[in-house]
Design a protein around this ligand. Structure first.
Ligand code: FES
Length: 416
C-alpha cells in the first residue's frame, strides 16, 4: 500500500474491510495506526450498527434512538440522600423506549414557571430497560435545575428528554470490573452495577465509593442488595467526615477519601476494567494512581460532569474561567445551548464556527485540525441541525457534529 492509500483509508469515507486487513499486516505502521485500523475493522464487522469514524474518534457511537426531545411524565420523585433526588420518568405516549447501555446519559429539557428554559445532562442511574428512565439529581447551592426539581416539579408533570447517549458504557467481557465513584458521580456507575446484577454476572465486581457521611451517601441499601446478587462481589466505602452515629464496619469501611493508596490497600486486580466517575480531583488522582500501578490506559474508563478538559495542539491556553456569555455584542441568531455547561447563547455570525463560539464562552472544547479532517472536535448534538463550511472529509457519527467547521442552521443543543 502507498502512504497515500494508508492515509485515505483512515481519513476518507469507505474503509473497505479487505484493505483494513491488509493495512493491519504492515508491521512498519506504528501502534497508533494499528489501533485506528483495528477500531475501523471492528466497526465494519458490526455491520453498520454504528456510524462515524471509529478510527479517528476511538469511539463507537450507536445512533441515538430518536432525534431531539420526547415527552415524558414524572412517575416518581424519590429522596435518596441529602440534596439528592431521583426522578423516574416514563414516556408520555406509552410507547416503549429503545433500551440503553449502562452508563449512558440523557438531556432533560425543563421549563420553570418564571425562569428561562433549562437543559441539563443526567446519567441514567437505574436498571437499563425499555419502559422508564431514572435519573438522580444533586441540588447545587446556586443551581437553577436542582431548585426547579425540588421546588416546582411534581409527580405527573411533563418534561422532555433526549435519547440516551454517551460512550462511557460497560464493556462486555470476563475481566474483573472495578466501579469507582464519589459523591453524585455514583449515578452512571450504579447503572452499570444494575446491569451486572440483572445478569447475575459471574465476573468479579468491585464497588468502591466515597462520600462525606451517611447523610450524603445515596443508594446505600440499593447497592448492598445489588452486590448481594453477585457471586463475586467486593465493596469498600470511605467516609471523609463520618457523623457521630455513622458506624464503621456497618455504614462505611474506613475514614478518609478514596485516593490512590486505597488501590493498594484493598488489593484491586490490575487486569480489571476500571470505571471512574466523581469530582475532577478524584478522577485525576485515581486515574494517575491506576496508571502508576500498571493498569493499561485502555482499561481505565472515565466520565466527567460538565465539559471535559480541552485538548489543543499547544496554541491556545484555557483561561480556567467558568463558562460565560461571549464578550461584546450578543447575537440575535439561532439559540445554541451547551447542555453540560448549562449555557445558552444566541448565535452571532462574527464567529466562524461553533468551536469559536465555545472558545469565546470559555467552554473547554477539543480540537486539532480545525478543518473537518481529524474528528477531535466531534461532539454530541442533542437536537437541531448545522451547515458545514468546509465540508468534513468523513462524516461525524449520526447525532454528532464537528464543531470546528459547522454553524447552526436551527436552534441547537450540544453535549458540551
Ligand atoms: S475535525 Fe479536526 S478539529 Fe474538527
Amino acid at each position: 500500500m502507498t502512504i497515500s492509500e494508508v492515509n485515505g483509508l483512515l481519513y476518507k469515507p469507505g474503509h473497505p474491510r479487505d484493505r483494513l486487513e491488509h493495512a493491519l499486516r504492515i508491521t512498519a505502521l506504528s501502534a497508533g495506526w494499528h489501533r485506528s485500523f483495528e477500531a475501523l475493522l471492528t466497526q465494519s464487522v458490526e455491520g453498520g450498527k454504528t456510524t462515524g469514524n471509529a478510527g479517528l474518534t476511538g469511539m463507537v457511537y450507536p445512533a441515538p434512538a430518536w432525534r431531539g426531545f420526547r415527552q415524558f411524565r414524572l412517575l416518581r420523585k424519590t429522596f435518596e440522600a441529602d440534596r439528592v433526588t431521583s426522578l423516574t420518568l416514563e414516556p408520555a405516549d406509552g410507547n416503549p423506549l429503545a433500551g440503553y447501555l449502562p452508563g449512558q446519559f440523557i438531556v432533560l429539557r425543563m421549563q420553570p414557571r418564571s425562569a428561562p428554559l433549562l437543559l441539563r445532562s443526567y446519567s441514567l442511574s437505574g436498571r437499563p430497560n425499555d419502559k422508564r428512565f431514572r435519573v438522580s439529581i444533586k441540588r447545587e447551592l446556586q443551581g437553577a435545575a436542582g431548585r426547579y426539581v425540588n421546588e416546582e416539579l411534581s409527580e405527573g408533570d411533563l418534561v422532555q428528554a433526549s435519547a440516551p447517549r454517551g460512550s462511557f458504557t460497560l464493556a462486555p467481557g470476563d475481566t474483573p470490573v472495578v466501579l469507582l465513584s464519589a459523591g453524585i458521580g455514583v449515578t452512571p456507575i450504579l447503572g452499570m452495577l444494575h446491569a451486572l446484577a440483572a445478569d447475575k454476572s459471574p465476573r468479579e465486581v468491585w464497588w468502591l465509593y466515597g462520600a462525606r457521611n451517611s447523610h450524603e451517601h445515596p443508594f446505600a441499601k440499593e447497592v448492598r442488595e445489588l452486590l448481594g446478587l453477585l457471586p463475586h462481589a467486593h465493596s469498600h466505602i470511605r467516609y471523609s467526615a463520618p457523623g457521630p452515629t455513622d458506624r464503621q464496619g456497618v455504614d462505611y469501611d474506613a475514614q478518609g477519601h478514596l485516593d490512590p493508596a486505597v488501590l493498594q490497600t484493598v488489593g484491586l486486580p490490575v487486569e480489571g476494567d476500571f470505571y471512574l466517575c466523581g469530582p475532577s480531583k478524584f478522577m485525576s488522582n485515581l486515574t494517575a494512581g491506576l496508571a502508576g500501578r500498571g493498569v493499561s490506559r485502555r482499561r481505565i474508563h472515565t466520565e466527567t460532569f460538565g465539559s471535559g478538559p480541552s485538548i489543543t495542539p499547544g496554541i491556545a491556553v484555557s483561561s480556567g474561567r467558568p463558562p460565560h456569555l461571549p464578550e461584546g455584542p450578543q447575537g440575535t441568531g439561532a439559540s445554541v445551548t451547551f447542555a453540560r455547561s448549562g449555557l445558552n447563547v444566541r448565535w452571532n455570525p462574527r464567529f466562524h464556527s461553533l468551536l469559536e463560539l465555545a472558545e469565546a464562552c470559555d467552554i473547554p472544547a477539543r480540537w486539532s485540525c480545525r478543518t473537518g479532517v481529524c474528528h477531535t472536535c466531534e461532539t454530541g448534538m442533542i437536537s437541531g441541525s448545522v451547515t458545514y463550511q468546509p465540508s468534513p472529509i468523513d462524516e461525524a457519527a449520526d447525532g454528532n457534529v464537528l464543531l470546528c467547521c459547522s454553524r447552526p442552521a436551527s436552534d441547537i443543543v450540544i453535549d458540551l
